[in-house]
Design a protein around this ligand. Structure first.
Ligand code: 13P
Length: 287
């Protein structure tokens, strides 16, 4: 599986591929069922916390099994790695994509560690997809009461060229008004598409990534894809669909004890979310 090639195909075809985050086996199954149904490439994402829960070797084995069984382009991506050691662990275990999030570090420090990571990963496998990050995204993949976006946290187009040239990343996660998670009361924020346009010009061939896809207005996502975003990360909407379906089933079936029955509605709910995103992102029939 050549992860860089899969993403370049998306850029050439002007569609985006969804990264869907997981922490359990049945969530992976639900996502792959959606990808199979719609003949779409997909990215399975795990944050550090999510992969601690499912197990690094275990999730690699599960995804490899699905690749062999379906023949679909599936990339296992390590989301928000916070250190070189965190990246090394997943690259050594066989992940095909890694995201180093040095956005909280001073610019030069972010460049230094990202470059070291690019060198390490590409030396093991030149087709591993390496994603860097510039700009600060508030929040975690949760439901927030209030969340503030500061304009000074957005990705600065002037830094993009320099970062790309000095690090050699394949892709870049950008902050353009996107947040991790969803707002419970007010509207979710709109994207600064004018800023995205400037970033896109500065990034030239480097692939653009949008984190915090949950709850983002559909129109904004469509425009972002037109402006060159090729990877959109979705987590909170999956977590919410899973939890809501699970809770409903348990409340309605107080005496059910079979796990495969209890978890089926949650899987169906996740599959539905993923299928809707695949259609929205335009990756249907692009496997
Ligand atoms: P959401 O939880 O907002 O979908 O963001 C997910 C994400 O960006 C994972 O990296």
């Amino acid at each position: 599986m050549n992860a860089v090639r899969i993403m370049k195909n998306a850029k050439e075809g002007k569609y985006a591929i969804g990264q869907f985050n997981v922490s359990t086996d049945e969530q992976i199954t639900a996502i792959i069922e959606a990808a199979k149904n719609l003949n779409s490439p997909v990215i399975i994402g795990t944050s550090e916390g999510e992969r601690d829960f499912i197990g690094v070797e275990q999730v690699v084995a599960l995804v490899d099994t699905w690749i062999a069984k379906t023949g679909l382009p599936i990339i296992l991506n390590a989301d928000h790695c916070k250190s070189f050691d965190s990246v090394k662990e997943v690259v050594d275990a066989g992940y095909l994509g890694i995201h180093f999030d040095g956005s909280g570090l001073p610019f030069e420090e972010n460049i230094k560690i990202t470059r070291r990571i690019v060198e390490y990963a590409k030396n093991i496998n030149s087709s591993i997809l390496v994603e860097g990050e510039l700009g600060y995204l508030p929040g975690g993949s949760d439901i927030h009461k209030e969340i503030k976006i500061k304009l000074s946290d957005l990705t600065q187009p002037e830094e993009v060229k320099d970062f790309i040239r000095k690090t050699g990343v394949d892709s870049l996660a950008v902050a353009i008004g996107n947040i991790h998670g969803m707002k419970s009361e007010s509207d979710d924020p709109h994207l600064h598409l004018d800023r995205l346009k400037q970033i896109q010009q500065a990034a030239s061939d480097v692939l653009l990534v949008l984190h915090g896809g949950s709850g983002t207005p559909v129109k904004d996502l469509e425009e972002a894809i037109k402006l060159g975003v090729v990877k959109i990360n979705i987590n909170t909407e999956i977590r919410l669909a899973y939890r809501t379906a699970l809770q409903k089933f348990l409340e309605e079936n107080l005496s059910e004890v079979k796990s495969y029955k209890i978890l089926s509605p949650a899987m169906e709910a996740v599959q539905k979310v993923v299928e809707a995103k695949i259609k929205l992102f335009g990756s249907e029939n692009k496997a």
